[in-house]
Write a protein that binds this ligand. Structure first.
Ligand SMILES: [Cu+2]
Length: 506
């Protein structure tokens, strides 16, 4: 949303104006947004007393708190043989992990030293609405040279991450894991390893903003930047597994923990050790198949929440999704491989036992992995203790996903994002969202502030892949009042319009 718009009126464009309006409403604690009455009811604004009240109920007596200072900076980072100028938290890629325990209060001061306004969204956390980090909806932009302190209770354990909700900044280096520990963790593993996956082009030959402009101009494509590690004649990514197009942009690199496959992170591990992998897909336009050649994964969680444990050779992780899996370390060196779906590219993190030789990943290993059956996270089942009870919904909202239209627009119900338009719901309602994908590309649909139940017997998730020509229903209890985005986590789709507001009204 940091882009210049065609309808700018002087120094403050229409979108900036709306952003300012919502921010003022929040600051003043007004209950309604600037646009006035919604025919469905009065909006419960991020700054409304009800949001504060729900947050008070979330805070446990004697809860510990953790304070972090984050500097969003322009920095030079080494991707493993490739140095690039980018934007990153603390100048590191990924940003330093934040780790708290369930029930803690997390306080993060973000200092914006970037040349553009920014924000932080706490992806997957059921937090108070005014800390959700969506400029123009839940807060003002964090201006250049200013800072903003996020403070909220963290109610659920699990694997999460954070990133800006400003323009296409996520496709730079602005992301980091947020791990929320459960006191009961650790019974089925000995150690853990967080792996953040990403697709990378920033600073190689173009910026994400330039890609967005290119997409808008050409409608499709986003080609170019094919200088390293790409196959000659490579076309736009396609995937049988994803039922159509696998991406809109080509990337010179894919990364695991900020490194290319050529110079990966190597982790010392002992043979026989059980490692809990916490896999996070922070990519803008790329899904990954992840597996450990010769070992099976025991999948325990998706999007933070426990599932009925299931074994798999390979899992597919879409943008915004997370998956936890326990793997037993074999003797020698073994890579955790992440193959970019529909692209001839992969990244890896190496598990190395002390006496082992450095690992050599041959193309054969990648081919073998690609031949194995793939588990889709949406097919998992929630662990009984977190499954949401199946009920008749009080309200059903259908979201028709379409695109790309003229000038590369991606729409929900024929409309591009408007923060003042919303899908009304009321606190206490049982809500069903039906995502209906009428395009030729998959969309990882994400809901802020809640986790939903996929099908009656599916997993708890906050991001679900909706495949072309299919529809997916998700159910949740409306228990976190405010204004919440639901959007495609393909950052380019979201930025050009594929976002809507799930709007609590009273
Ligand atoms: Cu999409």
């Amino acid at each position: 949303m940091g882009m210049t718009t065609s309808d700018s009126r002087g120094p403050i464009g229409r979108r900036s104006f709306l952003r300012l309006g919502a921010g003022l409403a929040a600051t003043a604690g007004l209950a309604a947004c600037a646009s006035g009455a919604d025919p469905a009811g009065k909006r419960i604004a991020p700054g409304s007393p009800r949001v504060a009240e729900v947050e008070r109920a979330r805070r446990l007596a004697g809860a510990r708190s953790t304070s972090v200072v984050l500097n969003a900076v322009s920095a030079r980072v080494d991707l493993g043989g490739v140095e690039v100028q980018t934007w990153a938290y603390g100048g590191q890629l990924p940003g330093r992990e934040i780790r708290v325990r369930r029930g803690e209060i997390l306080k993060v001061e973000l200092k914006n030293q970037l040349p553009e306004p920014t924000s932080i969204h706490w992806h997957g956390i059921a937090l108070r609405n005014d800390m959700d980090g969506v400029p123009g909806l839940t807060q003002d932009d964090i201006g250049v040279g200013t800072s903003f302190t996020y403070e909220f209770a963290v109610p659920d354990a699990g694997t999460y991450f954070f990133h800006p909700h400003s323009g296409v900044q996520l496709d730079r280096g602005l992301y980091a894991p947020l791990i929320v520990e459960d006191p009961d963790d650790g019974a089925d593993y000995d150690t853990e390893l967080v792996i953040v996956l990403d697709d990378w082009l920033d600073g190689v030959d173009r910026t994400p903003d330039a890609v967005l402009q290119e997409l808008k101009k050409n409608g499709m494509g986003g080609m170019g930047g094919m200088d390293h590690g790409s196959m000659p004649g490579m076309t736009m990514p396609k995937s049988e597994l994803l039922g159509g197009d696998a991406g809109d942009v080509t990337y010179p690199h894919v990364l695991a923990n900020g490194r290319t496959f050529r110079d990966p992170q190597a982790i010392e591990a002992k043979a026989g050790q059980r490692v809990r992998l916490r896999l996070i897909n922070a990519a803008a336009d790329t899904a990954f198949r992840v597996g450990v050649p010769g070992s099976r994964l025991r999948i325990t969680h998706t999007d933070g929440f426990p599932v009925q444990a299931q074994e798999a050779d390979v899992v597919l992780i879409g943008m915004g999704e997370r998956l936890d899996a326990v793997v037993t370390v074999p003797a020698g060196s073994v890579p955790v491989l992440a193959v970019a779906e529909g692209r001839d590219q992969y990244a890896q993190v190496v598990l190395r036992t002390p006496a082992a030789q450095p690992v050599v990943v041959e193309d054969g290993l990648v081919k073998k992995l690609m031949a194995l059956p793939v588990l889709m996270p949406a097919s998992l089942r929630a662990a009984e203790r977190v499954a949401l009870p199946v009920k008749q919904p009080d309200v059903v909202h259908e979201l028709v996903l379409e695109g790309p239209g003229d000038r590369y627009t991606w729409t929900i119900n024929g409309k591009v994002y408007d923060p003042n338009d919303g899908l009304p719901i009321r606190e206490g309602q049982q809500v069903r969202l039906r995502f209906d994908n009428r395009s030729r590309m998959f969309h990882p649909m994400h809901l802020h502030g809640h986790t939903f139940q996929v099908r009656a017997d599916g997993p708890r998730k906050d991001t679900v892949l909706v495949l072309p020509g299919r529809s997916t229903e998700v159910d949740f209890k409306a228990d976190n009042p405010g204004q919440w985005l639901t959007h495609c986590h393909n950052i380019y789709h979201g930025e050009v319009g594929m976002m809507s507001v799930v709007s609590y009204v009273e």
